[in-house]
Design a protein around this ligand. Sequence first.
Ligand code: BJ8
Length: 383
Amino acid sequence: MLNLPENFQNYSEARQQGFLRLKELKESGKKVVGIFCTYTPTELILAAGAVPVGLCGVSDEPIPFAEKHLPKNLCPLIKSSYGFAISDTCPYFYFSDMILAETTCDGKKKMYELMGEIKYTHVMQLPQGRSGNLALESWYSEMLRLRDVLNQQLGVEITDDDLRKAIHLKNRERKAMLDYFEIGKLKPTPISGYEISTVIDTNSFIFDTEEKISILEKRTAQLRQDYEEKFKGKPSRPRILITGCPTGGVREKIIRQIEELGADIVGFENCCGPRAQKDMVDENKDPYLALAEKYLRINCSVMSPNPGRIEAMAEMIDEYQVDGVIEVILQACHTFAIESYRIKKFVTEEKHLPFLSLETDYSQADTGQINTRISAFLEILAT
Ligand code: BJ8
């Protein structure tokens, strides 16, 4: 039995509740900006007095709609996100006044061109790597361009003061998220990976940042107490680190299943974990430069090269006392699939830990095969 909070809502319950809250906000005159990626500088959206809402598709239901326009052999996250937009079945997309996106992987950036035909979509030109003089300079100028776009599209005037306040607030939220993630460092862990994955994805349906911070702080305090009272000194199950693509769309099929089969997911080295939270935006410099620096440091495989991912993984393996690493590659995600070779080598040869890579999509077709592979992997950990 997973140690879930008393008022735990699964993803679809939380998503549905968010509809009503967002509808009320819209009726009160709030502007809404739909977003898809960890590279999005949400501080600028908050500084514009608008609400950011995550639109990443985690369901296979809208995929048949997407496949009318997009190739079948494409990442399910991209097809699901576009499918929701084209089928007009996502209230969050419907309520969005505009979409804010970035040129990350090829699939996403080309899909955004089509999405722009449905709703106004601003695409930030993310540099392909961090090296070279122009990377930071061009990303910095993209921050300024975004400010101008938001001003124009939302009819506001973002001041430096607004932005500094939004940066401070988001840094506080980051700290609350980090403290929550770090509960996974306790051994045995009182928190399940299923809870972490659900809470992080559903956070995007709570539109008041102060409320988000308070929910996270309370849950973290509760988990620390649970550890002292119910977990401390007890034997630990095998401790798994998840890496690779975002796992919201395979939460039941993989994340829940790993824990049902007898292991604990203690951390996520992907966009469902501390990747974007662990370093703050510098509050003591030009806020646009500080945002550009911070968001350019995110270790996603779309960056070339991307050595920071190995560094982050090394740190997490040690700090979370990991026994094995499971990588999730969404079908047709070339950047993570290609990095997989290096990640496997690092985990098995440098960290001497077992490694399993699962390539999957959002369908249920491979559920049996995935269960068999996870079970076999957990048996290796047990020996
Ligand atoms: S910062 S991980 S949220 S890009 S899985 S759509 S890369 S083909 S989701 Fe991502 Fe931003 Fe990176 Fe995070 Fe493309 Fe791969 Fe699909 Fe992906």
